[in-house]
Design a protein around this ligand. Structure first.
Ligand code: SER
Length: 876
């Protein structure tokens, strides 16, 4: 009843106001604006006119200097700061909008329009100045899908209406771009592997086009439309692309792979011309370059950047008659930007840089270590450096509105990373524009996650908003959505408290901050206890977490009775449990006060319960892990029995999480490919397999059953039963080596592992003994000139690659899916046999297994350096 009365009163007030405004303001409000004003200024004026209309006042534009609102020109840029503005009224009540550049005028107009709508009058006493802190502020979206297209590789998605209907929907663009400009965002990035074959046509390579002529025409029209609509709103459109990727028909025509590490002259010519044509056709659209992932070799990345990409931009400038270099953004991902940038700057002056804030997750507002250094070095180059809130692999798929965390992250981007730009991913990146909720028709991410985008944008404009005023702001915003301030206050608490949980859990227990892990799907006990088997990514805890202890360090210290330092597994569990409980309490208290958007509130409430169940699942499992790790040192079997109870409890929480998500979510993660490895693989080939809790529940049920059986065996005296994995036996496969510089040999102790060295195998695990290996010259491989060995097999095999465990440049490293999403194409991303062999005095060798089908193959490796082939085998 209370809210109905409130609304009735305010509706009456508004009607009265409309009446008064139209009665009193019979003459239209006059707005002076230059007839040749920039489109974004005209857009701003339209917003003022429409705000006045909403409160019942007519408005008209004029050339007359005595107008009531004067739109100043942009001569005040130096004084107001780029994009700054000043709203000022004089004694006669005449309002002038001064702007730092046309964008400043636009933001001044929007501010005036906002005030007119909020206060329901045109104030005559104004003196308000504002300017953004971050120079670049904006989101991205992916022209990417949740799974890999059949016959394609990662990031390869042509722009077509079948794959991306939203791209062709002008009403969608109006809504989305209005949302961005309302939030004063000024950049929009479109991500895709190789967009050129959808957007430009090259006379020299007509067959390279990846879409039909009709779709191509539509693409050109839409891309121009989007760029123009962006420009009207002060938004710089930027097209991102990966290297080295070429179009599929181009690749087929020339017998090349679509994704490569080597610089093929025809691919280079095609790419340079594609870029030139793109710049010529869309001169106001920016480019952002990811020099990796397919291209893994730094030398090739530098060459490709300085001899292909940047010259392509220059060719395009010339063709378009551009005098000033348009900015090109270079990503720090999958390359060493500190090496690339000095060389690139020799070729091209106007380069911006971009690096990930917390990798592919949100984990801390205290980034440090190596990644902090990289950011700072790039920031010091003197151009614009952008902090990229990249994929949110640990937040998916739930709502996230922890403005406290976001505010501190924006402050950290400025104060710890020295960035001047902020580039924000959506929460369900690979599923743009839809949210992952099971709702028909799907929810739009900009609607579901309005608070996510709004918070980043708000703090990118001003990261130092005073906390109390800020809290009031968010309560007002949430009250607009859910009807009452009482509910809003609790909802804000629920957002802030629940938003601490995923960052805490991942940074302390995770294997990686990369896409490789989906936090919401849980982790196996083995992954918690033996993370090194899963190739943990140390920067997760060294760069993207506050100082603290991993589980093994914590257990060692506990057993040794040593004091702990920093954040510990136990402190994290206690914080996450408390935060998730506070969130549940708050959202329950909010419920009675919710009077609008009930269905969305219910979904938010369900998310809070899911986060609680996820935290409880992790807490019990980490407790089980700690007990097992203590047992491994002490052999006290009572610890194991306790661990079994904790593991059973963690399963119950996972069961609850599955129940809560069964009806509410399509999936836990929007990337359903084999790059996902933790807790289990996300796809087999291009077929998604493990993306929902319901698919993981049987895995965890089996895990508990196996653990119970091992504990029973240990209790019965079989002390090695715990985590014993029966590996499938390997059988020697017949292999023909077709390359003259390489040869097949029998793997056994005493044998040489390379054909140009005397180094002999000193020790070997039994599984490898007597298999057929392949040896080739170490020296050329160590110098980066390995010539891929060609071989033939008569049945599907595992090629057992021995990686020498040493980071020296002469040795090839196993692929890192964090930097190289293609790296797992044949498997071989986790160790298959640790400490598999010793060769002479070389460091120890670990074996990784690559899958090959029957037939002839080239053993092409990703990256440079020497390695060994310690067997070709069939897993039985
Ligand atoms: N790993 C990919 C990138 O960083 C997608 O997240 O570009």
């Amino acid at each position: 009843m209370k809210s109905i009365n409130k609304h009735s009163v305010s509706l009456l007030g508004f009607l009265l106001l409309l009446f008064c405004n139209s009665a009193l303001g019979a003459e239209p409000i006059t707005i002076k604006v230059a007839t040749d004003a920039a489109p974004r200024v005209q857009f701003g004026v339209e917003r003022i006119v429409s705000a006045l209309e909403k409160i019942g006042l007519a408005a008209t534009t004029t050339n007359d200097a005595v107008a009531q609102i004067l739109i100043g020109d942009s001569q005040d840029a130096a004084e107001l700061g780029n994009e700054g503005f000043h709203l000022q009224s004089n004694n006669q009540g005449q309002i002038t909008i001064h702007g730092g550049g046309d964008s400043g005028v636009l933001y001044g107009c929007l501010e005036l329009a906002r005030r007119i709508e909020a206060e329901k009058l045109l104030h005559k006493n104004l003196d308000f100045q504002d300017a953004p802190v971050f120079k670049l502020r904006g989101p991205c979206f992916g022209m990417q899908k949740t799974s890999i297209l059949p016959g394609r590789k990662v990031y390869e998605y042509p722009y077509t209406p079948e794959l991306f209907p939203f791209f062709y929907d002008k009403a969608y663009w109006q809504q989305y771009l209005d949302f961005l400009v309302e939030n004063r965002m000024n950049t929009l990035y479109i991500w895709n592997g190789h967009p050129f074959a959808s957007l430009v046509q090259l006379p020299d390579y007509p067959y390279a086009l990846e879409v039909s002529p009709e779709v191509f025409e539509k693409n050109v029209e839409m891309f121009r439309y989007i760029a123009k609509e962006c420009d009207k709103r002060g938004i710089w459109l930027v097209q991102m692309f990966y290297n080295i990727i070429v179009s599929q028909p181009f690749a087929e025509h020339h017998g090349l792979p679509t994704q490569m590490d080597h610089i093929d002259p025809i691919a280079a010519d095609y790419t340079r011309k594609s870029i030139a044509e793109f710049v010529r056709q869309y001169p106001n659209v920016g480019l952002m370059v990811c020099l990796g992932e397919a291209c893994v070799t730094l030398d090739n990345q530098v060459k490709w950047c300085t001899e292909v990409i940047l010259p392509g931009v220059k060719d395009g400038m010339q063709a378009a008659g551009l005098v000033e270099e348009p900015p090109v953004v270079i990503r720090a991902h999958a390359t060493d930007a500190t090496v690339v940038m000095p060389k690139a700057l020799e070729v091209y002056g106007n380069l911006y840089t971009e690096a990930k804030f917390n990798g592919e997750s949100l984990t801390t507002w205290e980034p440090r270590g190596l990644w902090q250094e990289i950011h700072q070095k790039l920031s010091q180059l003197g151009s614009t450096h952008v902090s990229n809130i990249h994929i949110l692999a640990n937040l998916e798929p739930f709502r996230y509105g922890a403005q406290r965390f976001i505010k501190k992250s924006v402050q950290a981007s400025r104060d710890r990373l020295w960035a001047q730009g902020l580039h924000v991913y959506p929460l369900a990146y690979w599923n743009w524009p839809d949210a992952p909720d099971k709702v028909t028709p799907p929810l739009q991410q900009i609607e579901r996650d309005w608070i996510w985008f709004e918070a980043w944008a708000r703090y990118a404009w001003n990261p130092d908003i005073e906390d109390d005023a800020d809290q009031e702001y968010w309560i007002d915003r949430l009250a607009e959505k859910y009807g009452t301030r009482e509910a809003a206050e609790q909802i804000l608490t629920a957002y802030n408290e629940s938003g601490e949980c995923a960052p805490l859990l991942l940074r302390r227990f995770g294997i990686t901050e990369g896409n490789r892990q989906t936090l919401a799907l849980g982790m196996t006990l083995d992954q918690l206890i033996n993370p090194e088997k899963y190739r943990p990514y140390p920067e997760l805890w060294l760069s993207q977490a506050p100082h603290g202890e991993r589980l093994d360090e914590y257990v060692q210290k506990e057993l040794a009775g040593e004091p702990h330092t920093g954040e510990t597994p136990v402190s994290v569990l206690s914080d996450a449990l408390a935060c998730s409980e506070n969130a549940v309490n708050a959202i329950e208290q909010a419920a009675p006060g919710v009077s609008t958007n009930q269905a969305e509130f219910n979904r938010l409430k369900n998310d809070v319960s899911c986060i609680r169940a996820m935290v409880q699942n992790y807490a019990a499992k980490v407790n089980a892990a700690i007990l097992v790790m203590k047992f491994q040192q002490t052999h006290d079997t009572s610890l194991l029995n306790e661990a079994e109870q904790q593991l059973a409890e963690s399963l119950e929480h996972f069961r609850k999480l599955t129940l809560l998500t069964n009806g509410s979510y399509e999936f836990a993660n929007s990337m359903q490919t084999d790059t996902r490895r933790i807790p289990v693989t996300g796809a087999i080939g291009t077929e998604p397999v493990s993306f929902h809790w319901s698919q993981m529940l049987p895995v965890y049920e089996q895990e508990l059953a196996d653990f119970q059986a091992s504990v029973a065996a240990v209790n019965g005296g079989d002390t090695t039963a715990l985590f014993r994995r029966e590996k499938k036996p390997l059988r020697k496969a017949a292999v023909k080596v077709l390359t003259p510089q390489a040869e097949a040999y029998t793997v056994q102790t005493g044998t040489r592992a390379y054909n140009d060295q005397q180094w002999r195998i000193q020790a070997l695990v039994p599984e490898l003994d007597q298999l057929t290996g392949i040896r080739f010259p170490h020296t050329t491989a160590a110098q980066g000139a390995y010539d891929p060995v060609e071989f033939e097999v008569e049945e599907p095999v595992l090629v057992l690659i021995g990686y020498i465990r040493d980071e020296d440049k002469q040795w090839l490293q196993p692929p890192r899916l964090e930097m190289d999403a293609l790296g797992g194409e044949r498997g071989g991303t986790e160790v298959y046999i640790q400490d598999a062999a010793i060769v002479d005095t070389l460091p120890p060798i670990d074996v990784y297994a690559l899958r090959f089908d029957k037939g002839k193959h080239k053993l092409t490796m990703r990256g440079q350096g020497s390695f060994t082939v310690l067997g070709i085998a069939v897993e039985e």
